[in-house]
Design a protein around this ligand. Structure first.
Ligand SMILES: Nc1nc2c(c(=O)[nH]1)N[C@H]1C(S)=C(S)[C@@H](COP(=O)(O)O)O[C@H]1N2
Ligand SMILES: [Mo]
Length: 321
C-alpha cells in the first residue's frame, strides 16, 4: 500500500471533489487494517462526523482529536494554502515562497532523533511516510493575524517519540529545520538566525493534537509548506510549526526558539494562541481568515481550549507568553 501522500501534489484534483474522494480512499485503506488497528480505525474513520460546510467541501470532523469547525468555517483552498506562506529560508515575501522553493530537494531525506532517548534513530523518508495514519482538519493561526483551515495528512508526533523511547529526564523536545544556502540562496537576507529552531515541552509534544504533517489535501506536502515533513501544533501561533524538519532532540531544558532569539520581548517560548494577550505591536483579539472578507474573533488556544487548557493550569500568560 502506498502511503497516502505519495500522490504528487502536481496531480492535485479540484478541492471541491477531493475530500469526498479521500473518504473513499480512507475507507478502503482502513477497511484492510481495521482488525489489526481497531483503535486507530475508530479515530480516523470517516463514517461519522461528516459535516457539510455550506460550500461544496465536506469537512472531516473528528470529535476525538479536534474541535469541530463552526458551521460558518470552511476549509481553505489548496491554492490559498500553497500560495501564501511564511518560509523565511526561501523568501520573506509570502507570495514568492512557492516559486523560490520549487526545486528544493526533499527526497532523499532523513530525520535524526536523539538526545535523552533509549533508542536514538535516523528515520528515512520511507519510514516516515509509512507512519502516515490520518487526516486532521485544523485551524491555523499566524501571529501576524491571518488564519486558515488546513486539511493536513500525517501522524501524531507522539507515535515517533514512542519509537525512540524517551528517557524520564527528558522535559523538552527541540526541532531543527534543514539549512543549505545553496538550495536557499535568499536565506542570508531572511533577518533571522538559521537554521530555524523550535521547541515544545514534553507534554505538549506528546499531546494527541500535535502532528507531524507529511501531506495536505491528501497529497504530498508542497515544498513551500515544509516538505517532506513539518510540525503542526494547532493551538499555538504558526511559527511554532517548524518546517522541513531534519533533527529532533529530547533534552532536559527549554530549547532556544528562532523567534524568541530574534525578539524575546515580542515572542515567547509558549506562544499559545490567546486573544487576551496582545503582541506588543498589535492586538491578537481578531484574525483575518484568508479568503474571507472582514475579520473573526480569535479563539482561546485557537479553539482547542477543551483539549489543551489543562496543560497550562496555573500559568500566567502575561509572563509566559
Ligand atoms: N523553517 C521554517 N519554518 C517555519 C517558518 C519559517 O520561516 N521557516 N515560518 C513559520 C510561520 S511564521 C508560519 S505562519 C508557518 C506557515 O506555514 P504554512 O506556509 O504552511 O502556512 O510556518 C512556520 N514554520
Ligand atoms: Mo506566522
Amino acid at each position: 500500500m502506498n502511503p497516502i501522500s505519495k500522490i504528487p501534489s502536481s496531480e492535485i484534483t479540484p478541492e471541491e471533489t477531493f475530500l469526498n474522494r479521500r473518504f473513499f480512499m480512507k475507507t478502503a485503506i482502513w477497511a484492510g487494517s481495521a482488525v489489526a488497528t481497531g483503535g486507530m480505525y475508530r479515530a480516523f474513520s470517516p463514517r461519522s462526523d461528516v459535516k457539510s460546510t455550506g460550500s461544496e467541501i465536506a469537512t472531516v470532523v473528528d470529535s476525538t482529536f479536534q474541535s469541530s469547525l463552526g458551521a460558518d468555517e470552511k476549509v481553505n483552498s489548496f491554492g490559498e494554502i500553497a500560495g501564501y506562506n511564511n518560509y523565511y529560508e526561501f523568501s520573506t515575501d509570502k507570495s514568492a515562497v512557492a516559486a523560490k522553493a520549487k526545486d528544493f530537494v526533499t527526497d532523499p531525506w532523513s530525520v535524526e532523533v536523539g538526545g535523552l532517548v533509549g533508542k536514538p534513530r535516523v528515520f528515512g523518508l520511507e519510514d516516515l511516510l509509512k507512519m502516515e495514519s490520518e487526516e486532521r482538519v485544523y485551524r491555523f493561526r499566524c501571529v501576524e493575524g491571518w488564519s486558515m483551515v488546513i486539511p493536513w495528512v500525517g501522524f501524531p508526533l507522539a507515535k515517533l517519540l514512542s519509537l525512540v523511547e524517551p528517557r524520564s529526564e527528558a522535559t523538552h523536545v527541540a526541532f531543527e529545520t534543514y539549512y543549505d544556502l545553496k538550495q536557499m540562496p535568499d536565506a542570508g537576507s531572511a533577518g533571522i538566525d538559521l537554521p530555524y529552531v523550535e521547541g515544545l515541552r514534553m507534554d505538549e509534544a506528546m499531546h494527541p493534537l500535535t502532528l507531524l504533517a507529511t501531506g495536505l489535501y491528501g497529497k504530498t506536502l508542497p515544498n513551500q509548506n515544509g516538505a517532506p515533513i513539518r510540525l503542526v501544533v494547532p493551538w499555538k501561533y504558526g511559527f511554532k510549526s517548524i518546517k522541513s524538519v531534519v533533527k529532533i532532540t529530547l533534552t532536559n531544558r527549554e530549547p532556544p526558539t528562532t523567534w524568541s532569539l530574534a525578539n524575546p520581548g515580542e515572542y515567547g517560548f509558549y506562544s499559545n494562541v490567546n486573544p487576551k494577550v496582545d503582541h506588543p505591536r498589535w492586538s491578537q483579539a481578531k484574525e483575518r481568515r484568508i479568503g474571507e472578507a472582514g475579520s473573526r474573533e480569535t479563539l482561546m488556544f485557537n479553539g482547542y481550549e477543551a483539549q489543551v487548557a489543562h496543560l497550562y493550569a496555573g500559568m500566567n500568560f502575561e509572563e509566559d507568553f
